[in-house]
Design a protein around this ligand. Sequence first.
Ligand code: KG4
Ligand code: ZN
Length: 337
Amino acid sequence: MLVLGFESSCDETGVALYDQERGLLAHALYSQVEMHQAYGGVVPELASRDHVRRVVPLLRKVLQDSGRSLNDVGAVAYTQGPGLAGALLVGAAFAESLAMSLGVPTVPVHHLEGHLLSPLLSAQPPRFPFIALLVSGGHTQLMRVTGVGEYALLGETLDDAAGEAFDKTAKLLGLGYPGGPALAALAERGTPGAVALPRPMLHSGDLMFSFSGLKTAVLTQVRNRDLSDQEKADVARGFQDAIVEVLVRKSLTAIKDSGLGQLVVAGGVGANRELRRQLDAKAARRGIDVYYPELEFCTDNGAMIALAGALRLTSGTPAKAAGSFAVRPRWPLDLRD
Ligand code: KG4
Ligand code: ZN
């Protein structure tokens, strides 16, 4: 069966068509980054309006690229939450009405479940069970994933998410929005150890995180100072090294405690090169396999939503009749069902 997927939880509109037998047939994405750049962050109302503008052209492109028509679609999946309420409503309303007009059912999907399962889009996917490190702009979580829909929360951040810390720190360094990739690029030019920053909760004895203090530590480094380009790069490097060390150490602890041999890294921060370098090196020494989504599926996209919808159906979650719906802007993943 073909599952059409829509993602609209934040500032990316994503559409994809996934075949339960053959895998991903086509996907298309529009990022609103440029529009929000002028404001230094996502403006929810503008995001909603832009999703309205983008969704139909993206759908047309996906149908064209896949050589399929709407009549081939067997179910429509969409992001039900968490995310920006207005943005979610655009995707949900569009998906539900389209499904209704086609006479097919819908599958509301949890955005983080999409991220979590996105490495399964790779040619060499992980197998259940595995430990997942979910590091996005809104979440930092370690989960034990036993199967589709079977997610146990092992630890999470007490305050800022990893991506949020990257974005806020980038702002302090005058790097604009979205800051994560820009800060990571700047950090590559920084000198390791030149700026030493704390490793929050590294020795907390559990799998919890806290990143807001790190951002404050950066603030004390940059406040009232006119930093040279190299000094900025050194601060970026110090920040990235601190956050990466904590993420890597806690992920390896989660793996060790679980007795499992596979770690899946998902979410936007999973695109971070230093995080990948450190994890790969340390995991290899311990005989752990690390899986990442393809780079294009690290950040928000429609493919992971179509995939999650398709896997939900395969694993026995009943599709719902199209028509009525509600979005869930706040929605913990381990309370999915
Ligand atoms: O998963 P995602 O696209 O959206 C959410 O669901 O939040 O993640 C976006 C987050 C942003 O905070 C962005 O700055 C961060 O991922 N990010 C990165 C990198 N690429 C994206 N952070 C660090 N290094 C990167 N290379
Ligand atoms: Zn996301």
